[in-house]
Design a protein around this ligand. Structure first.
Ligand code: SF4
Ligand code: SF4
Length: 326
């Protein structure tokens, strides 16, 4: 099987995405799939915790482009850089113009606009780390990224994490990504180039609203979606609404996981629920979902992909919010 990317994503955080990612990775690896897992939530990586990893085999520094700074002896205090900076990174302290390095995205707008040529750049900033577990106790490698607090461009770090994971995998196998919550740049990096999205939802109004947003994004990337409803039995009234949306949008439901105390208990034990409590209701449903993905989706992935990918491309219209100046 050629390299296939399966992204586990959710519009909303705290819906059990990492628990599901870890369990499915372990179950698919157990079925004989050549698989690499990647944690692409660089701001809050926790797949390694779910997988019981307390020591990395290797950690690499990740460097990013540039941060602007101002040469005070050249600055004429014209205020142009503050006016043009799209990120609100230019600050005025005691009458002097300075650039907040935790906000600057290195976009070069200010230096192009500065009439006094007073703006320079520092390069090679450590923006994050990429961590490697060569073989988890479940038999597959894990690559994880973690951004340095305050550094922007975590989307680029996620792209690097994906590239490292693909290099380990080679030209064949399954890359299973545990994406960040939401629809931000990290999620966009996770979805880019992937064929399948396993969307995780809980039966709440907020979760359904966020699901629609992430689903729209997967349509932009022409991905074939699947749905998993986690803790489906905590709010039965929402199930009809979720199923109606899935039917309207041609999203197959891969499974419905019941609320099960064995899930948090297994996390406290540093184990996957499918290992710690293999006969629990949640584990039984996770195994059924893994069977579905293995037998229905991956066994003939091209046919599945052409059946469920969007029929038309969804335009991506980012919302740009500029910081307000006081
Ligand atoms: S644009 Fe240049 S000269 Fe004007 S305030 Fe900024 S750094 Fe100083
Ligand atoms: S490089 Fe871009 S983000 Fe940084 S201060 Fe200049 S305009 Fe703002």
């Amino acid at each position: 099987m050629k390299l296939v990317e399966l992204v586990v994503a959710s519009g909303k955080g705290g819906v059990g995405k990492s628990t599901i990612s870890g369990s499915l990775a372990a179950l698919l690896a157990r079925k004989g799939f050549k698989l690499v897992a990647a944690d692409s939530d660089a701001e809050e990586p926790n797949l390694h915790i779910v997988l019981g990893i307390d020591r990395w085999d290797r950690i690499e520094e990740y460097y990013e482009g540039r941060i602007a700074y101002i040469l005070q002896d050249k600055c004429t205090k014209c205020n142009i850089c503050a006016e043009v900076c799209p990120f609100g990174a230019v600050e005025v302290t005691d009458g002097n113009y300075r650039i907040n390095e935790y906000v600057c995205e290195g976009c070069v707008t200010c230096s192009l606009a500065c009439p006094a040529k007073a703006i320079r750049y520092r390069f090679g900033i450590v923006a994050g780390h990429i961590m490697f577990a060569e073989r988890t106790k479940y038999g597959f490698p894990l690559v994880s990224g973690e951004s340095v607090p305050g550094r922007p461009n975590s989307g680029k770090l996620v792209t690097e994490v994906k590239n490292r994971a693909k290099a380990i995998l080679g030209s064949e196998g399954v890359l299973l990504l545990d994406a960040a919550a939401g629809i931000g740049c990290q999620v966009i990096s996770s979805l880019t180039g992937a064929q399948f999205a396993l969307l995780v939802i809980e039966p709440t109004k907020a979760s359904l609203s966020d699901l629609k947003r992430i689903h729209k994004l997967t349509k932009h990337f022409m991905m074939a979606p699947m749905l998993v409803i986690n803790k489906y039995d905590i709010n039965p009234e929402m199930i009809d609404k979720i199923e109606e949306y899935a039917k309207e949008e041609n999203i197959p439901i891969a499974g419905k996981i019941p609320f099960d105390e064995s899930v948090p208990n297994s996390i406290n034990m540093g184990k996957l629920v499918v290992e710690a409590f293999p006969d629990s209701p949640a584990s039984r449903e996770l195994k059924r979902i893994a069977d579905f993905i293995a037998e229905e989706v991956l066994s003939n992935w091209r046919a599945w992909y052409s059946k469920y990918r969007p029929k038309k491309h969804e335009p991506y219209i980012p919302v740009i919010i500029r910081p307000q100046r006081g």
